[in-house]
Design a protein around this ligand. Structure first.
Ligand code: SF4
Length: 372
């Protein structure tokens, strides 16, 4: 009997890999596709899936790590607020992400009050237990932004506010697709973000750029099956949206969650670290929620950072090119030398969803022939 929830079946994996090889042969030239999700890269690296991919198939990680794309001035705002005496709560990965001159961890080491939380709800609990001002430095894509919107709509305490660095994925795919010389012929979209937005959110993108988008889950079989579908669409020259994660994603998505998201946030243009200005790529609080907007509530004295020198190696980090799919961590001369998780130079080595950290942990591109 077939077990439909058999996600780690070696025989099925080999069969899907053989299908990938046949499809690339039929296409008859090298093919590059991009996934836009750190969890996809983690699964690909952790399970050694690149060793199964045909050599002519390049599966590139795009700007799918929310911590990595949080821009330097956004980190600076958190650092400055913390140094001004405001209590900052944020997700653990954010602590060591470099700002212009300091990370939140540096500010914490100099005495600033910074706490790690696991959910926006926990930030509310902290605010309820104190009279101090508590600012949630809120990062992440639409999946996390929904949770931030929910606490804002649920009568938060008066000493609570949000410094939003949330980002919205679909607009950055436009930027990648329009990059001069882009080799990307199709996209693997993240299943968790699509669970909120619905797979149909990608249809205008496919219409505009005539490249297929396949929504995929995070188990090895999900990724291999998603790539097979993507290559079939490329081979057949039939760009469309395909949902290969129907156990979690529908075409319309989670409509109550979307209502909360767009009631609280508006999309605005803004820089993604190292990549570009992304029109409508940043999520900021609507004016109606100015009372919980840390940018409106506090004067953030960014020039106070000007007295400090930036870290010596910061200018050599090529995180932006890696997230744009132009280069990979092996192209960075600091990778696994001066830049390691214990001492990260760039944001991609900080987060568990950053390509450099993932390649540091799991090896990136296994060359099985060389080690055979
Ligand atoms: Fe930046 Fe470090 Fe990655 Fe190099 S290895 S690109 S310095 S994060």
């Amino acid at each position: 009997m077939t077990n439909e929830l058999q996600f780690r079946d070696p025989a099925l994996a080999r069969s899907l890999a053989a299908t990938l090889a046949r499809l690339v042969d039929e296409i008859g030239r090298p093919v590059a596709v991009m996934h836009v999700c750190g969890s996809h890269e983690q699964a690909i690296a952790r399970f050694g899936l690149r060793s199964l991919f045909p050599k002519a198939l390049d599966v590139i990680m795009g700007p799918g790590c929310p911590v990595c794309v949080t821009d330097v001035p956004e980190v600076d705002e958190g650092v400055v607020l913390a140094r001004q005496g405001v209590r900052i709560v944020t997700f653990g990965d954010m602590l060591r992400v470099p700002g212009t001159v300091q990370s939140l961890a540096d500010a914490q080491a100099s005495g600033a009050n910074i706490e790690v939380i696991y959910s926006p709800r926990q930030a509310i609990e902290i605010a309820r237990e104190t009279d101090e001002e508590v600012v949630l430095f809120a990062t992440g894509f639409e999946t996390t932004a929904v949770a931030t919107a929910a606490v804002i709509l649920d009568n938060p305490p008066k000493n609570f506010s949000v410094l939003s660095a949330h980002k919205y994925i679909p607009p950055v795919m436009e930027i990648v697709a329009e990059m001069p010389g882009s080799r990307v012929e199709g996209f693997l979209a993240a299943g968790h973000a699509a669970a909120i937005t619905g797979s149909a959110v990608f249809e205008p993108f496919v219409e505009r750029h005539q490249v297929p988008v396949v929504v995929a889950g995070f188990e090895p079989m999900d990724i291999l099956a998603g790539l097979v579908e993507l290559l079939e669409l490329i081979r057949n020259k039939t760009p469309r949206v395909a949902n290969m994660f129907p156990r979690c994603v529908s075409a319309e998505g989670n409509i109550p969650a979307q209502k909360q998201l767009w009631r609280v946030f508006k999309p605005v243009g803004g820089k993604w670290r190292g990549i570009a200005h992304v029109p409508n790529g940043n999520l900021r609080l609507r004016d109606e929620f100015a009372h919980v907007d840390a940018r409106k509530r506090f004067t953030i004295d960014l020039p106070s950072l000007w007295d400090y020198a930036p870290p010596a190696l910061a200018g050599q980090c090529i995180c932006g090119d890696i997230m744009a799919g132009i280069r990979n961590p092996r192209d960075c001369r600091l990778f696994n030398r001066e830049c390691v998780p214990e001492n990260p130079v760039g944001a991609c080595m900080v987060s568990n969803e950053g390509t450099c950290k993932i390649w540091h942990l799991y090896g990136g591109v296994p060359d099985l022939e060389a080690t055979a």
